[in-house]
Design a protein around this ligand. Structure first.
Ligand SMILES: CC(C)(COP(=O)(O)OP(=O)(O)OC[C@H]1O[C@@H](n2cnc3c(N)ncnc32)[C@H](O)[C@@H]1OP(=O)(O)O)[C@@H](O)C(=O)NCCC(=O)NCCS
Length: 157
């Protein structure tokens, strides 16, 4: 009899999980766009008050993560990534739902995020109710020096 696959688990991560987080980061983000964070950026923000790392674990490994920061009655989605070979299986949506649930449970007024204009994730954020609020010109600089605008998006809850 075939063993049943372990369901996806969303668990809180810590600094000791950074190796796996950086593996997902490298797999998910295209360096052309300059959206990925460095290990030292991640390590620097993790101990700060209101910051939460959420890991998506499948049977074998960490296959996705989100990084959130809550300040007063707002929270920001700093990063959301799923390893390339685990994409389009609902994992990004599960992490985004977790972020929205956090906002509801903590009674926050507003959730927000920044995303590169043209990133397919924009459609996902819109599908979850986020609305475009503004644009930051040339916000991302890719490894090759190319520059890309960011959209700011928000969800009122
Ligand atoms: C964005 C990202 C996290 C989505 O993760 P995912 O696990 O593939 O997302 P899901 O499977 O939950 O997709 C949910 C829905 O979002 C939309 N979507 C997700 N990726 C998409 C893509 N590449 N193109 C078009 N629509 C997409 C679809 O509507 C999808 O539903 P469907 O598969 O039923 O059509 C993932 O593509 C990723 O890691 N990208 C690189 C990192 C990044 O750009 N992160 C966002 C900015 S921080």
């Amino acid at each position: 009899m075939a063993a049943e696959a372990m369901p996806l688990q969303l668990v809180t991560g810590e600094s000791k999980d950074l190796d796996e987080v950086m593996d997902v980061m490298a797999s998910a983000f295209d360096p052309h766009f300059g959206e990925a964070w460095t290990r030292s950026q991640c390590a620097g923000i993790l101990p700060l008050s209101g910051v939460q790392l959420v890991l998506a674990r499948n049977e074998h490994e960490v296959c996705g993560f989100s990084l959130l920061r809550t300040v007063a009655d707002e929270a920001e989605l700093l990063l959301l990534a799923v390893s390339q070979d685990s994409q389009r299986q609902g994992i990004g949506g599960a992490l985004l739902n977790h972020f929205i649930d956090h906002g509801r449970q903590a009674n926050l007024a507003r959730l927000h995020l920044e995303v590169r204009d043209g990133n397919p994730a924009v459609a996902m954020y819109q599908a979850f109710g986020f609305e475009e609020e503004g644009r930051r010109r040339k916000y991302y600089t890719g490894r090759d020096g190319s520059q890309h605008d960011a959209l700011t998006m928000a969800l009122k809850i």
